[in-house]
Design a protein around this ligand. Sequence first.
Ligand SMILES: [Zn+2]
Length: 583
Amino acid sequence: MNSPVAKIKERLTIEDVVSSYVKLDRAGVNLKARCPFHNEKTPSFFISPDRGSYYCFGCGASGDIFSFVTEFEGLDFKGALKLLALRAGVPLEPYTKEMKEAESEKEKLYRIMEEATKYFENNLVESKDVQEYLKTRGLNEKSIKDFRIGYIKNDWRLLYENLRNKFPDLELEKAGLIKKTEKGYYDRFRGRVMFPIADSSGRIVAFSGRIFIPVLPDGSPGRDDEKSAKYLNSPETPIFSKNAVLYGIDKAKDSIRKNNFSILVEGQMDLIMSHQAGYRNTIATSGTALSDSTVSKENVVSNLGLIRRLSDNLVLAFDADKAGASATIRAGKIALSLGMDVKVVDMGDGVDPADLISKDSPDAWKSAIKNSKHIIEFLLNKALKTSNGDLRKAGRTIKETILPFVNALESSIEKMYFIKKISDTSGIPEGALQDDLKHIEQELKYEKKEIQQAQETFTKIHRKDSIERKLLGIALWQKTLKSPSLDFENILSKLPDVSKKYDDLAQDLVFEAEVFYTNNENLQKSVEEMFMNLEEENINVILTKKMQELGSGGEGAEGQKILQEINELNKKKEDIKNNRIKN
Ligand SMILES: [Zn+2]
């Protein structure tokens, strides 16, 4: 019998899959597009329908429909398999049954999260007061169902008691649902409305719980046992990484693609209300790294990555409070540096999207989004308002807070446009603004480079990792076979550090390799190709380092030497490329 992968590949062509994410143009027998995996103006991303594969000459991204979906959606192999199987109408049952005994750790965690979600959903059905509360906040029944909102009463071991017979304690703890003390286990989430967070294929990976202590029979507010936070999120677990998931992405992605813009809000309620008001292209940062200022730029870049791959146009709608403003500024600046077009919704003081939609109307939200302004214009209006006609004060604010955003813009035409706009609105002469901008360019050169490097590093590490993992999976899978079809020892010997690094993922990787490469006649060739890609990635890493050395003062004989090394590395890359074309 054919494997599900083979069946899916029979039914879905590479053209079908990729064109549902990016716009393709014909280029002879091939198709081309602007690469979704790196920032570029002219297309260097090619698709070969004959070979069922893609390759980017700009960043080296390559693979088939599975690796495309994995990388584009930020999923693991099984998540991609689930999405594509659904799309191709290929059932996955035979495989899951077969694999049940050898269910990997991650799969177990997904199943636990699903069970917990169902438990919370059932609890909500029984809790009329919580339903009432959600309705007064503006949510309708359909939204509550669609977003699988649930509830857990304020007690110590309700979830634990419910799940302990189905799963080992250790697994429940790993899923971030229970905590341990000397007296035993207790629930992490208590007395909370539960919002499940799903990855882009719809699997529940985490929860965000909003405190809800019911009113006592005598009418007084319920006692709050601890100084509990209003919102409590799942900790990082093997299936939940704060930098990789945006709340609502599974429901929003098609609409973002179709409407060619996304709306980024802060909280779950904001998101659900926005979907309810007809803006299904809304995602939220809650429970994720984007709103957390302690999180590195790499993480913010990766968090914005999927949104950017779906559309370059981003509308930010954060609260007007201080935290909201600083999140707007941080996310906005990084998004601009990634080449996105960023607009901001003017929320007015003390209002959040959920308030606006529930108290006013969906129309108020609609017009707020329609009236959203480019982030630079938005900040400019705010600066002028607070300076009250004091031109010197306005000038200072513009220099300190607005020109850095102009500097973050990629295109010089856009830069010129905004300098003129700022000059027209503030009365500050263009020449003076140009001079200030030049100074800022100097001052912020480092920061801009840092963001670009963060992006490059992220892409590179990601790519190198995924190739290494695939190779490791193939080797480990072959090792389990009675008659392996290639020399797995040789592969393992070429990846000395890798197997240790992915020790806990070994079963997943074997599964992936098995599903993917069983009955593959070209396995040896695929492995060779992967080693070539890996070598290319390694060269790229060294090249970046050498370029930096050259940039930071490699002069004279030393500079000559670095230049020569760079030339040799480039030649090696050229050889690999030629080899690839010949094959
Ligand atoms: Zn690329």
